[in-house]
Every structure is written in C-alpha cells, then in structure tokens.
Design a protein around this ligand. Structure first.
Ligand SMILES: [Zn+2]
Length: 61
C-alpha cells in the first residue's frame, strides 16, 4: 500500500508542471488497482498533444 502511494505521489509530481501548449490545461490522472503490481493509470487530457507530453514525462525517471 505504501509503495503504491509513493508511486502515485511520484507520478503526480512529475506531471505537476506539465501543461498543454495549446489549451494550457493539466492532464488528469486516475489510478486503478490496489497494489503497485496491478496499478494502471487512466489519463484524461484535452488533446493528443498533451497526452504525448504527459506520457513522455511519466516515462522519465
Ligand atoms: Zn490540449
């Protein structure tokens, strides 16, 4: 549980300053799953441009 919370915090922090260059909106994240192993991230974005930026940011370590 604690690991999952940590994962969520880290992921949200990575996206803190990510904004769509076109619409100036932040991505919305929805975490599914109760453990780190089964967690998946549903991302809602205003457009594909932001989705691409956010995904790239999440992939960074
Ligand atoms: Zn957008």
């Amino acid at each position: 549980m604690q690991q999952l919370d940590e994962f969520k915090r880290r992921t949200l922090r990575k996206l803190e300053d990510v904004r769509c260059p076109v619409h100036h909106k932040a991505p919305r994240l929805d975490f599914r799953g109760r453990t780190l192993r089964e967690v998946s991230i549903q991302m809602k974005t205003c457009c594909d441009r932001l989705a691409e930026l956010a995904n790239r940011k999440i992939a960074e370590t």
